[in-house]
Design a protein around this ligand. Structure first.
Ligand code: SAM
Ligand code: FES
Length: 343
């Protein structure tokens, strides 16, 4: 196993069989975490980048089986932040040192090109030294082009799973992996810094699907990779499914760091939800990004993707401080910087 980790570190690749052996091994992962942390330190030192997350709408026309804000969840209390509220959240975040804002939301029909472009333009005009990341799902190439021209820098769109058959079990028939991939390649060609990713432990996922995810990421070569455990939401068809584990999520973070040494890799809220020190362990396993929540708290509690999501009530300033403490406790430090990829 030691040899496998060394090969992964030096060659940045392994065969499918070797990746499967690493993903399914019985031993603990101290050696893997140490190798991933060393690679992370080579590229990013002890820096941790912050992204101020603004969950600006939970209205969604999609019906992904795993997601708490899917359109069929009639219990969800829907909200939309106004442009003024979003700008106010950015203002607040800027004063706290954030230099990247992530605008995330459901696929809301209010997100017309004109609306999104004017939002991006207002943020970039108010804060020209900040990066704007959009995460608003699958759109046409023309829309992605329009947002980019309005000033958007980055785009997050998890591919969710790179297996066609698995994708169909997680999504209704109106959605396809082919379109998801089309979106990601369009975004790359347009010039965005692009993030893909997947849930760890989603229903029916096996090591084979995880290896397919790694192969797809090698093909796409994204700048950011978002992974976190699947966690069930009680009002979805997956209410009774098992959540993903801390162990496997940490292991996948380390494998990703070794395969993609330069990548921006967040220690996600979902990881902090399945373990009180999940995000700290994520940093030690190779993650180098944290995403404190800037969404106004009265809206935030309705951005309910899965059960028991953390940070639902904390004011933005408190969340920022909390995360700073967590980062410091494991020997890293937050930097107030756009935090672009260092390829
Ligand atoms: N609509 C955009 C999209 O589809 O990319 C952004 C919002 S979507 C809610 C953001 C991410 O939340 C998804 O990519 C998915 O991986 C994650 N997510 C949704 N439901 C989840 C669950 N039950 N457990 C863990 N992660 C979940
Ligand atoms: Fe949000 Fe601790 S990270 S309150």
């Amino acid at each position: 196993m030691e040899q496998l980790i060394e090969t992964l570190r030096t060659q940045r690749d392994l065969s499918d069989e070797e990746l499967t052996a690493l993903i399914t091994r019985e031993s603990d992962d101290k050696d893997l975490f140490a190798a991933a942390d060393a690679v992370r330190r080579e590229h990013y030192g002890t820096d941790v980048f912050l992204r101020g997350l603004i969950e600006f709408t939970n209205v969604c026309q999609n019906d992904c089986y795993y997601c708490g804000i899917r359109k069929s969840n009639a219990q969800a209390q829907r909200y939309r932040l106004t442009q003024e509220q979003i700008l106010h959240s950015c203002e607040n975040g800027y004063r706290m040192g954030f230099r990247t804002f992530v605008l995330q939301g459901g696929e809301d029909p209010r997100n017309t090109d004109a609306w999104v472009c004017s939002m991006v333009d207002k943020i970039k005009t108010a804060h020209p030294d900040c990066a704007v990341t959009l995460s608003i799902g699958e759109q046409s190439r023309a829309s992605y082009q329009a947002y980019f021209e309005a000033g958007a820098d980055r785009y997050l769109l998890r591919h969710e799973t790179a297996s066609d058959a698995h994708y169909r079990r997680l999504h209704p028939k109106e959605m396809s992996l082919a379109n998801r991939k089309r979106c990601l390649f369009d975004l790359k060609e347009i010039g965005y810094q692009v993030g893909a990713g997947f849930m760890v432990g989603s229903p029916w996922q096996t090591p084979k699907e995880l290896v397919a995810d790694l192969r797809f990421l090698q093909e796409l070569q994204p700048d950011m990779i978002g992974i976190g455990p699947f966690i069930p939401h009680h009002e979805t068809p997956f209410a009774d499914k098992q959540p993903g584990t801390l162990e496997l999520t940490l292991r996948m973070l380390s494998i990703l760091r070794l395969l993609f040494p330069y990548v921006l890799l967040p220690a996600t809220t979902a990881l902090g939800t399945i373990s009180p020190i999940g995000r700290e362990l994520g940093l030690k396993a190779g993650a180098n990004v944290m995403m404190p929540n800037l969404t106004p708290t009265d809206a935030r509690k309705h951005y309910d993707l899965y059960d028991n999501k953390i940070c639902m009530d904390e004011e933005a300033a408190k969340c920022r401080l909390c995360q700073e403490g967590r980062v410091r406790s494991v020997g890293y430090q937050i930097v107030s910087d756009r935090g672009d990829v260092r390829r």
